[in-house]
Design a protein around this ligand. Structure first.
Ligand code: DAH
Length: 340
């Protein structure tokens, strides 16, 4: 009979060869049981130890242990490789290859400004709401104190849908009416969204652009509250050195009304080409809600007062980033967009 040591050596060679050839995890497990199992071939050798001379036993024991370690390692390695092969087969691609990095995008510069503006007002208790882009004349005009024959209708002219009953809103002020019809004061909302006007497209005009409307109604609201809110807004959005000023203006839905300027972001009020040497940039319209607007939604104008404001998002984004052509926002040119 061959010496035990030689037999163990041969067994090891044979097992390694079979492990190498195993093509399925099940076959591999069969082999593992056959060689390393409790009643497996290696265990048989251990059982035979009693029959060999005492002096040979330590050497034989060591050999058996080493073979056991070698085979255990070989099984593990083969198992890992079979597993990943079967995964690859399931996914029909090689999952061990490095991945394809996907470029990570970011929000559109206009969306970023919308979020920044909303965040400032949310910080002082305003709630963000949205209204429909398709509207009726009541919401875009009448309830906002712009009767059919009033010349100010021209400034808010828009696109009508077929049939003439519906139109695309030309201002987010529509949301003032929508919210007041549904809720009772006190309320404070900001409403971002798209608006539409039949303007020829050029560097500063687009038939579609974005506005954010603000409305606060309660008892005892004054122009001072409006001024305080907008002053805080300008400082939070443009920096704490920013100043604001109000210029008298006319809007049908507010009385008194004003246009609001911020000190020029580029020259800090000294006068430069962006502000046309004036030191100020116009950023929104604002005022105290007109009593007729309250009447249109069934609020008592003797009991409640409120302020409203509306700003153009593109204009703010252009001032913030020094962009000189509004069309850039809508062309989807990634070389432009990825700069923000
Ligand atoms: N809706 C006006 C526009 O599109 C902006 C505006 C002005 C909104 C004054 C207001 C406001 O709420 O009080 O030009």
């Amino acid at each position: 009979m061959q010496p035990l040591i030689e037999q163990v050596g041969q067994l090891c060679q044979e097992a390694l060869r079979q492990i190498q050839e195993a093509a399925e995890p099940v076959a591999l497990e069969g082999l593992r049981v056959q060689y390393l199992g409790r009643k497996g071939k290696l265990a048989e050798f251990t059982a035979q130890m009693g029959q060999i001379p005492q002096s040979d036993r330590p050497a034989a024991g060591e050999i058996i242990n080493r073979v056991k370690q070698t085979l255990t390692a070989a099984f593990q390695e083969k198992q890992t490789s079979l597993n990943s092969q079967s995964l690859s087969r399931r996914f029909s691609f090689d999952i061990t290859l490095p991945g394809v990095p996907r470029p990570i995008g970011h929000l559109h510069p206009l969306t970023q400004v919308i979020e920044q503006v909303c965040e400032v007002f949310e910080g002082i208790g305003f709630v963000v709401v949205e209204g429909p882009e398709i509207e009726t004349e009541r919401y875009n005009f009448e309830a906002l104190n712009i009767p059919a024959d009033h010349p100010s209708r021209d400034s808010f002219d828009t696109f009508y849908l077929e049939g003439g009953k519906y139109l695309l809103r030309s201002q987010t002020s529509t949301v003032q009416i929508r919210i007041m019809e549904k809720a009772k004061p006190p309320l404070a909302i900001v409403a971002p969204g798209k608006v539409f006007r039949p303007d020829a497209v050029d560097a500063s005009h687009s038939f579609m652009f974005h506005q954010i409307e603000g409305l606060l109604v309660d008892q005892g609201v004054t122009f001072a509250h409006l001024k305080g809110a907008l002053d805080l807004f300008a400082k939070r959005l443009f920096g704490k050195e920013t100043k604001i000023r109000f210029r008298p203006h006319y809007f049908p839905f507010t009385e008194p009304s004003a246009e609001v300027d911020v000190s020029c972001l580029l020259c800090q009020g000294k006068g430069c080409s962006v502000c046309g040497r004036k030191g100020w940039l116009e950023i929104m319209g604002a005022g105290m809600v007109h009593p007729n607007v309250f009447r249109a939604v069934g609020y008592d104008p003797k009991k409640y007062t409120g302020f409203a404001f509306g700003m153009g998002i593109e204009r703010i984004a252009m001032l913030k980033h020094g962009i000189d052509d509004i069309r850039l926002f809508f062309e989807n040119d990634v070389r432009f967009l990825e700069q923000f």
